[in-house]
Design a protein around this ligand. Structure first.
Ligand code: HEC
Ligand code: HEC
Ligand code: HEC
Ligand code: HEC
Ligand code: HEC
Ligand code: HEC
Length: 282
């Protein structure tokens, strides 16, 4: 019964996903979203958009800053900003000040009136809760890029391989990323019956992210070297969850990671017993 073998692990995944959907509607009835931090359904333009209000939350002079990844990741690699400039991979943890920016650091590496609009156009960055007239529109920016079902609804991996976007260095910098073509199968065997195993492909990651971002800050550099990793920790923002959902495609897209052939389902206890009975004639 081949169909049965395939359906059972799928059913587990579907049940997980369904419970997430049901849970969100239950939470919506009483507003516990703050306590649970439950992910709301966001429009594609809001996926990967970061609110920076570390020093501007209570400013009377300016609004907090809204940083859209989509407006940048079609030109620059993650490495350019997160390694070369040093923006941290968690919102509101980088000690950036307006004085830094005007001195050509952080956003000011590019927002100097040459590579991008100047640091004097306050309202284009300090835009929380406002309409920005000059904004490049999200729909125009992603038009013609290969589509996907989740997140920005853009398949950023395909967009890069089809050269529709660049993952380039900082202005004036050199592209020194070296892609590594190495797939690693991570078994997802901590539950029974377990979902399809995960394939982690180095290539699409290392085309835009340098080794040191992951090794060993996030993952020990060894197959099977991260035995503490599990799905709950990933959902809580560790391991793959450092990027996936926040900026890279969200965790809702189970099978893009759990992409290996479904494992063989174990026979239910009852069937085993029946077979034994047949053999022994008991
Ligand atoms: C033009 C610069 C730039 C590029 C390119 C860029 N980022 Fe970011 N990223 C930022 C900034 C700025 C922040 C906010 C940092 C802060 O608030 O301390 C950020 C924050 C993040 C966060 C934390 C988000 C959160 O909600 O906590 C993640 C994850 C992240 N980036 C991943 C990526 C990935 C993956 C790529 C490549 C696909 C990428 N970034 C490309 C500038 C950039
Ligand atoms: C290219 C984007 C950008 C532009 C343009 C910009 N800022 Fe900022 N500014 C930031 C970021 C990022 C922060 C840090 C925000 C945070 O973490 O809360 C910041 C912080 C600030 C702060 C908080 C205190 C401090 O000194 O760091 C003030 C005040 C401020 N900006 C004023 C201005 C004014 C006035 C202008 C226009 C002359 C301006 N900004 C233009 C990105 C920008
Ligand atoms: C590596 C270069 C680079 C860095 C670093 C960078 N930007 Fe940009 N940014 C660009 C370019 C290029 C554009 C698109 C061209 C333009 O609009 O001038 C852009 C566009 C934007 C836009 C879209 C606004 C609009 O009106 O279209 C915002 C908002 C923005 N950047 C904010 C920021 C903030 C805030 C930071 C720092 C936290 C930052 N950027 C850091 C290069 C950069
Ligand atoms: C986005 C994160 C990420 C980046 C970037 C990354 N790796 Fe990895 N790497 C992983 C993960 C995840 C594993 C598997 C760990 C496990 O099985 O627990 C791994 C495993 C490895 C292994 C072990 C292979 C084995 O058979 O034991 C090597 C070697 C490795 N990476 C080299 C590199 C090099 C070299 C680079 C840069 C060119 C790089 N990685 C960039 C996430 C990353
Ligand atoms: C440092 C950030 C980061 C971490 C950590 C990370 N990823 Fe990714 N991953 C990305 C980015 C960026 C992409 C490009 C696609 C996108 O942005 O949606 C990507 C793409 C992928 C793809 C799509 C490949 C394709 O060919 O379409 C898979 C599968 C994937 N990641 C699996 C994983 C798994 C599994 C882990 C954890 C073991 C992981 N990633 C950890 C940033 C990250
Ligand atoms: C970004 C990649 C990624 C996505 C997307 C993803 N997972 Fe996982 N998942 C993993 C990794 C990696 C493991 C293996 C953890 C381990 O055991 O080392 C895992 C393990 C699991 C396990 C086994 C139990 C455990 O905690 O290890 C279950 C069940 C699971 N995932 C369910 C899901 C469901 C349901 C979805 C979609 C809603 C999903 N996953 C989406 C990467 C992903």
């Amino acid at each position: 019964m081949r169909s049965k073998v395939i359906i059972r692990p799928l059913a587990v995944l579907v049940a997980f996903a369904a419970s997430a959907v049901i849970a969100s509607s239950v939470f919506a009835q009483g507003d516990v979203t703050k306590e649970t931090d439950f992910r709301k359904i966001k429009p594609p333009s809001a996926h990967g958009t970061v609110l920076m209000n570390r020093s501007t939350a209570s400013s009377t002079e300016v609004k907090p800053v809204v940083f859209p990844h989509w407006a940048h990741r079609d030109k620059y690699s993650c490495k350019a900003c997160h390694t070369d400039i040093g923006f941290k991979l968690k919102s509101n943890t980088t000690g950036v000040t307006q004085a830094d920016i005007e001195a050509g650091k952080y956003c000011g590496e590019c927002h100097n009136g040459k590579a991008a609009f100047a640091a004097t156009e306050c309202g284009r960055c300090h835009s929380y809760g406002t309409e920005v007239k000059e904004n490049r529109k999200f729909d125009d920016a992603v038009k013609g890029l290969p589509a996907d079902h989740f997140g920005n609804k853009v398949d950023w991996v395909k967009a890069l391989s089809e050269k529709k976007i660049k993952a380039g260095p900082l202005p004036g910098g050199k592209d020194d990323l070296q892609a590594l073509d190495l797939d690693i199968i991570i078994p997802a065997a901590k539950f029974t019956p377990h979902p399809p195993d995960v394939k982690f492909p180095h290539k699409p990651h290392t085309e835009q992210i340098d080794c040191a971002t992951c090794h060993t800050a996030i993952f020990k550099q060894q197959k099977g070297g991260n035995p503490e990793m599990n799905m709950m920790k990933i959902i809580a923002g560790q391991y793959c969850g450092v990027c996936h959902t926040k900026v890279a495609f969200p965790l809702d897209d189970c099978f893009r990671c759990h992409s290996q052939p479904a494992p063989k389902a174990e026979e239910p206890e009852k069937d085993k017993k029946d077979k034994k009975d047949e053999k022994t004639g008991e």
